[in-house]
Design a protein around this ligand. Structure first.
Ligand code: F6R
Length: 242
């Protein structure tokens, strides 16, 4: 794993946007694997700005998102489909028919998972962007996740529900299940870029980079991938101490 330490969230966002921009400019067409959550918002903002200024185009980009809550329609303001439109898709020149997010409202969730896994594999992700859960999750692969998992329905860990409750009026409104790409889906990407910011990620960062490869920290499976870059701010690096 290549680890880059940045001085703060602003610099972390700039480095992230730079890596994504390089991917888009050097490889046409590009398939991006994307994450939601607070961490990538700064980078998405910079990418939208670059597009607005005519320095970057998403015209030849396709995207595959990692996950979506079960039971939230895409119109719900906490769905990941809504998040992606708000923070990226509605502000860049992407053809929205080339954007993909699991359908958490599907009648048959098993079928949805199987077809999403196949779709991601057939598109072939060039660069996968990941955030990191404070419990070491990637996507919504919670502790205990298996290395060979494909897209599946997961019951969210209590710590994830608690972390994400900041975005809902009340913790009782946080969905308890989600569809997530599995560890095997994630590891299939050609390149992986994981970003983490804040003290609450420091233990998970330490376990991911220097702990054993073990399902107790699903992000540690990234040690098995040949091309992973981890970008941290000082707080996220506070226990790893690179
Ligand atoms: C979101 C996702 C999650 C988040 C993680 C960190 O699509 O896959 O794994 O990346 O929970 O979330 P933030 O960035 O809000 O701390």
């Amino acid at each position: 794993m290549k680890v880059i330490i940045t001085k703060d969230y602003q610099q972390l966002s700039a480095v992230t946007a730079e890596v994504i921009t390089k991917q888009i400019k050097q490889n046409t067409p590009s398939v991006l694997g994307l994450a939601t959550g607070s961490t990538p918002i700064g980078a998405y903002k910079l990418l939208c700005q670059a597009c607005k200024e005519g320095e970057l185009s998403f015209g030849k980009v396709s995207t595959v998102n990692l996950d979506e809550y079960v039971g939230l329609p895409s119109s719900h303001n906490q769905s990941y489909a809504y998040f992606m439109r708000k923070h990226l898709f509605d502000k860049v020149d992407i053809d929205q028919s080339n954007t993909h997010i699991p359908n958490g409202m599907a009648q048959n969730l098993q079928e949805e998972c199987a077809s999403y896994s196949k779709l991601a594999e057939s598109l072939g992700v060039d660069l996968q962007l990941l955030g990191l859960g404070s419990n070491g999750h990637i996507g919504f692969n919670e502790p205990g996740a298996s290395q060979d998992s494909s897209t599946h329905v997961v019951t969210l860990a209590q710590s994830t529900i608690l972390d994400n409750s900041r975005l809902f009026d009340d913790i009782s409104q946080v969905p308890t299940r989600a569809i997530t790409m599995g560890i095997a889906d994630i590891l299939r990407a050609k390149k992986i870029l994981l970003i983490a910011s804040g003290k609450n990620k420091a233990q998970a960062v330490l376990d991911m980079v220097s702990g054993p490869v073990d399902s107790s920290c699903p992000a540690s499976f990234l040690q098995l991938h040949p091309d992973v870059t981890v970008v941290l701010d000082q707080d996220a690096n506070s226990l790893l101490n690179y």
